[in-house]
Design a protein around this ligand. Structure first.
Ligand SMILES: [Zn+2]
Length: 156
């Protein structure tokens, strides 16, 4: 499972979308199946990632992708947000059976795959907020699960 930062052509809205693989993204993009959740534009492309600045640098450039806090025209309606979240949750529920539970090793496992040290695989597990943030800083796809799961090691 891969998350891409996408950007629509019409309004340059940035949003995240999940795909089973890069191919699946390319296929859905080619067929116009991916639409901007803000304006509905189906002409979307991968958002350009901000150049990475050394983590220790205090002049780190933050990506200007944060949704504005103040309500603005064109803000997605609560219904739309609920719909998008429900779709993501449904997708995740669909993928979970094929996903491998890695528990507390999630951050290191995701990093190993990202760096090519491990075979790409669908995994899910636990990560602290700091770990999740570090993964994101390194451009490693991870997303909070929106479906409730019981960790296998918590059973019994
Ligand atoms: Zn848009």
């Amino acid at each position: 499972m891969i998350v891409f930062d996408l950007c629509c052509a019409a309004g340059a809205h940035r949003f995240e979308a999940w795909f089973a693989s890069s191919d699946s993204f390319a296929d859905q993009q080619a067929r116009g199946l991916i639409a901007c959740p803000v304006c509905g534009d189906s002409e979307v492309a991968k958002a350009i990632m901000a150049p990475r600045v050394g983590a220790k640098s205090n002049q780190q450039i933050s990506v200007a992708a944060k949704p504005v806090d103040a309500p603005a025209a064109g803000e997605p309606s609560p219904e739309l947000v609920r719909k998008v979240i429900a779709e993501i949750a449904a997708k995740q529920a669909e993928m979970l059976p094929q996903s491998r539970w890695v528990g507390r090793d999630f951050a290191s496992a995701a990093r190993a795959m990202h760096e090519g040290r491990a075979k790409e695989d669908l995994i899910h597990g636990q990560a602290s907020p700091a770990e999740a943030e570090a993964l994101r800083d390194d451009g490693i796809a991870a997303m909070p699960l929106l479906v409730p799961i019981v960790p296998p090691d918590a059973v019994n």
